[in-house]
Ligand binder design. Structure first.
Ligand code: PMP
Length: 326
């Protein structure tokens, strides 16, 4: 079993002595109250092989709709509401590899907004089905162009009729990385009681890596931060970008990383299976890549408290053929 290391600080009602069992059974119809405070899992079966090393992963599928992108999607929607750019008369428009779109779709459905999303045809069938189930208007783009094709399509649609849309543009929106600066990082800090020495995260929009690293560095200037990306333009790491060949997100700051690792898709698949069989964790492919990157760093460094992020669970990837190979 994976022990949950330490829960984040108690919500006020629980801290004030309300029966925790009852406080946990809260009643809400407001999705904005359900975000973050995800468990930090110790990967004990895996780090046992490396003395002096502790490896932890943020279990981001604990977020509503099962992914890390709920944090950024919610923060961008709230910023749009505050600025007045998002109204019931506008349509929320963005490019996504799936997870941000799924988070937008849920929040928008609950708050009465319409959503139009461009998504590469290569996104997993499960992602497309979930988005269609929410009534999202999907614009499917060429799979060969990856998320860059979806970005170009959205820019075209927006340019043709800017008044019709609220275009949060997750690749350029500071509310994306700020969700991690204000949420993910302080949670990691509290859950490790300030012991984190190394932080490792993958690059999609780069919001998770940039926001979390910025805040953790303020808390511990000696923090070592490693980013990772797919090792080639054609890869199976859904949600990740191969920066040398992709449209580089405006929010990406390459100077934040002490090191940037290239991860082959096959290594990510092998780690996904390892996590299922050794830790009992069914995670997504980018989480497998996160473990591959963290292990390669931990093996070289030999000591430290390593924290990475597991962006989603395996549920949306169960149709992938790598599960059939042993
Ligand atoms: N993994 C998955 C499965 C994702 O959907 C995403 C988001 N595109 C990422 C990793 C990367 O997260 P970020 O956009 O914050 O860099």
């Amino acid at each position: 079993m994976n022990p949950i290391l330490r829960p984040a600080p108690l919500p006020p009602a629980m801290a004030a002595g309300v029966d925790p069992g009852r406080a946990a059974l809260r009643v809400t119809h407001d999705p904005t109250t359900l975000v973050g405070n995800t468990p930090l899992l110790r990967l004990a079966a895996i780090d046992r092989e490396l003395s002096g090393v502790e490896i932890y992963a943020k279990a981001e599928w604990w977020n509503p709709r099962g992914s890390v992108k709920y944090r950024a999607a919610l923060n961008m929607i709230l910023a749009g509401e505050r600025s007045g750019a998002l109204t019931r008369e506008t349509i929320l428009l963005d490019a996504t590899s799936g997870n941000t779109g799924i988070a937008y779709a849920w929040i928008a459905a609950a708050r009465g907004y319409r959503v139009r999303l461009a998504l590469p045809a290569s996104a997993s069938p499960e992602r497309k089905r979930i988005l269609r189930a929410y009534g999202v208007d999907l614009v499917i783009t060429d799979p060969g162009d990856g998320t860059d094709g979806a970005i170009r399509k959205v820019k075209e649609l927006y340019a043709a009729n800017p008044a019709a849309y609220f275009y949060p543009d997750q690749y350029s929106n500071p509310a994306n990385w700020r969700a991690h600066y204000e949420g993910t990082a302080p949670e990691i800090w509290a859950q490790t009681e300030g012991r984190v020495t190394h932080f490792v995260a993958g690059l999609g929009t780069s919001g998770t890596f940039c926001g979390t690293t910025r805040r953790l560095r303020e808390l511990n200037p000696a923090l070592f931060a490693a980013s990772f990306q797919p090792d080639s333009p054609f890869h199976g790491l859904e949600g990740m970008k191969h920066m040398p060949t992709a449209i580089v997100p405006a929010i990406y700051d390459p100077t934040l990383a002490d090191e940037n690792l290239d991860i082959p898709t096959e290594e990510a698949y092998a780690m996904v299976k390892r996590l299922a069989r050794e830790e009992g964790l069914l995670v997504g492919v980018s989480a497998g890549a996160a473990l591959a990157a963290t292990l390669s760093l931990a093996q070289r460094v030999g000591r430290g408290v390593f924290v990475t992020v597991f962006p989603d669970s395996a549920d949306k990837y169960l149709s992938e053929s790598f599960w059939n190979e042993d």
